[in-house]
Design a protein around this ligand. Structure first.
Ligand code: S3P
Length: 431
């Protein structure tokens, strides 16, 4: 085991400069999996540099997929198998990645062989019944450890289903769309709230027909995919840390180029504008159905916000950093309907509460949310990341406006989604 790392973060005066970010994590997983199922070669530039997306590539290699990294622009070339994956002789290691295990389960449930999927300690605590139940209804056979990984999947011929998802989860939706692609007949999925639509857009990019009406998506089984050439937009969830950091200081001026602007992901921007940031979007373009743009951000007066319902679901990954800047707003931030945060890479509600309190902040914890009053003064503290990348990065941002230095424990976990985070942050902050 590698020794745990610590990173010290000192207070800052402003955030200034320009940055572009490694490719979006959600899109990287999906493109890699679909490229593996497609016919022909795919060339994917700006593939996520995070360990999670490397876990997906590692699993694909275990399943007989050939791919190579090229020297520049984080290009991955994947040689499609035309859907004929081969059994891995050993368990597939999904690392820390819920996306890998859930989405890949949809593909493996339809393969004519057995697979075992597992991962690290955090992944072994994540709920998997949400994919096991619908995949079983499609004809798959999946054994688990009381609804948790490791999963043993006996692949078989699947039948399409009409399924109403009880939880709003894009990972589950994508898992079922991938299973539906490989199943007989039509699969229709109804989501309780609109979740990120990268699964649908990626399938279309690779040539499949996916139809949507309202909160329902449909896919016909047996469609063939073709390899693509694409450049993945910068990860908006990684951009969130720098956007919030810029918001902490009136003198900030930050440009983030080539960043994902997909409307099902960009709710954070609406909330930050509501909170008081000045954000301008320029150079909006489309690439394989995904919107990409440049963000120009200036700090201002941070008011406050209440985030609930569909907004919470739409910015679920950005809530840790929103909570981390909440004490510095004038009116505070309240988050509701966020029960899902309890079953992410860590119990993120508990992790936020513990770290805010360590920094001297007041916060009210609820089963499904948080209430964080504004106008608080925080001091530097020892931050416990709980091995959760978004907690480590969120509290590095909180540390920028605290008095005194903070130390982020187990800070290496930032590499799960964004290995370059601390070095980029240091380049952007002025002290
Ligand atoms: C993701 C969906 C969300 C999100 C995760 C990535 C995706 O998870 O939290 O980081 O790529 O589909 P859920 O599907 O569990 O909500």
């Amino acid at each position: 085991m590698k020794p745990a790392s610590e990173t010290a973060v000192r207070p800052a005066r402003s955030v200034r400069g320009s940055v572009s970010l490694p490719g979006d994590k959600s899109i990287s997983h999906r493109y890699a999996m679909l490229a593996a199922l497609a016919e022909g070669r795919s060339r994917i530039a700006n593939y996520s540099t995070g360990a999670d997306c490397a876990s997906t590539l590692g699993c694909l290699r275990g399943l007989g997929v050939k791919w190579e990294r090229k020297d520049s622009d984080n290009i991955i070339e994947i040689h499609g198998t035309g859907s004929s994956l081969t059994a891995s002789g050993t368990p597939l290691d999904c690392g820390n990645s819920g996306s890998t295990i859930r989405m890949l389960s949809g593909i493996l449930a339809a393969q004519p062989f057995m697979s075992e999927l597992g991962g690290d300690e955090s992944l072994s605590r994540r709920p998997m019944r949400r994919v096991i139940e619908p995949l079983t209804a499609m004809g798959g056979t999946i054994e688990s450890h009381d609804g948790h990984p490791p999963l043993r999947i006996r692949g078989s011929r699947l039948k399409g289903i009409h399924y109403r998802m009880p939880v709003a989860s894009a990972q589950v939706k994508t898992c079922l769309l991938f299973a539906g692609l490989l199943a007989e007949g039509e699969t229709k999925i109804e989501e309780p709230l609109r979740t990120r639509d990268h699964g649908e857009l990626a399938l279309r990019a690779f040539g499949a027909r996916v139809e949507r009406s309202g909160n329902e998506v449909r896919i016909q089984g047996g469609q063939r995919l073709q390899g693509i050439e694409s450049r993945i937009p910068g990860d908006l969830s990684s951009a969130a840390f720098f956007l919030c950091a810029a918001g902490l200081f009136p003198d900030s001026q930050l440009t983030i180029s080539d960043v994902l602007m997909n409307p099902t992901r960009a709710r954070l921007l609406d909330i930050l504008i509501r909170v008081g940031l000045r954000i301008m979007v320029t150079q909006l373009e489309e690439a394989h159905g995904e919107l990409v743009g440049t963000l120009q951000v200036e700090g201002g007066r941070l008011k406050g916000a209440m985030v609930a319902g569909a907004d919470t679901a739409a910015l679920i990954d950005e809530i840790p950093v929103l909570a981390a800047i909440a004490p510095y707003t004038e009116e505070g931030i309240e988050i509701r309907d966020a029960k899902e945060l309890r079953v992410k890479e860590s119990d993120r509600i508990a992790a936020i509460v513990k770290n805010l309190r360590a920094m001297g902040a007041q916060v009210q914890e609820r089963e499904d949310g948080l209430k964080i009053p504004g106008q608080q003064k925080l001091h530097g503290a020892e931050i416990e990341s709980f091995g959760d990348h978004r907690i480590a990065m969120a509290f590095s941002i909180a540390a920028l406006r605290a008095s005194g230095e903070s130390v982020i424990r187990n800070s290496e976990c930032a590499a799960i989604s964004y290995p370059e985070f601390f070095s980029t942050l240091e380049k952007l902050v002025e002290r």
